[in-house]
Write a protein that binds this ligand. Structure first.
Ligand code: PEP
Length: 250
């Protein structure tokens, strides 16, 4: 039985005050981490403060991106060593917005996953197809390529602790959700790729989220599906009420 994981991706939203008020408002209302892993992936600037506010609660704090090097002349970047030094637990890697607007390649994603694992940060590895790829029946081919590249070179113990987020690009921030059955089919295909690479046991342990216009109204149906172990949520994670409702559904 895989524990559901609900992660909010705040993207480049919220002022400092809004972010701290949100975490103060939810931290004592989060269901026990024995039932669900609750994560907020916040803008990097706020991470140490939010980690402090969420300390010893059931809420975990994550980053939305990081570099793969520990240090160096990379102006504007944040390293895995810097994230782990402020006790960040999760990091989103390879979000489609990073791939599209910041030229993040499959190779860079693999290096970032390596760096996250080296620092004990759980990577939430994103994959997903464009609308054109879906219409050309290339969905599974695309996610298989992305997942194989991201997971190249790890041990089974490492892979078991990773999280994969299947996010059809056409469903992100558009209000369009993949049907629960379609999302489950692709999450199942991803699980098969993990099985092919790392064996059945590992594929049964790794958690696979769906992301793309998830909201309180549709999360229950998505989570009822065999291969969907949680959600990566943008818009609906920005309000206290809807974030808590998402957690309650899990
Ligand atoms: C996301 O940012 O990963 C996402 C899925 O956004 P939204 O829930 O707003 O579609």
């Amino acid at each position: 039985m895989r524990k559901p994981i609900i992660a909010g991706n705040w993207k480049m939203y919220k002022t400092f005050d809004e972010a701290t008020e949100f975490v103060e408002a939810v931290r004592d209302k989060i269901p026990s981490e024995e039932i669900v892993d609750a994560v907020i992936c916040a803008p990097a600037l706020y991470l140490p403060t939010l980690v402090d506010i969420a300390f010893e609660t059931d809420l975990a704090i994550g980053a939305q991106n990081m570099h793969f090097e520990n240090e160096g002349a990379f102006t504007g970047e944040i390293s895995p060593a810097q994230l782990s030094a402020v006790n960040v637990d999760y990091v989103i890697i390879g979000h489609s917005e990073r791939r599209e607007y910041f030229n993040e390649t499959d190779e860079a994603v693999n290096k970032k996953v390596r760096a996250a694992m080296n620092h004990g940060i759980v990577p939430i590895i994103c994959c997903g197809e464009t609308l054109e790829e879906r219409e050309a029946n290339q969905t599974e081919q695309k996610v298989e390529k992305q997942v194989k590249a991201a997971l190249d070179g790890f041990t089974v113990e490492e892979v078991e602790h990773m999280v994969i987020a299947y996010e059809p690009i056409w469903a992100i921030g558009t209000g369009k959700t993949a049907t629960a059955d379609d999302a489950n089919t692709v999450c199942g295909a991803i699980r098969n790729v993990v099985e092919e690479l790392y064996g059945r046991d590992t594929s049964e342990k790794i958690r696979i989220q769906y992301g793309g216009s998830v909201k309180p109204e549709n999360i229950k149906e998505l989570l009822s599906k065999e291969h969907i172990d949680g959600a990566l949520v943008g818009g609906a994670s920005l309000q206290v009420d809807s974030y808590l409702k998402l957690l309650e559904a899990a």
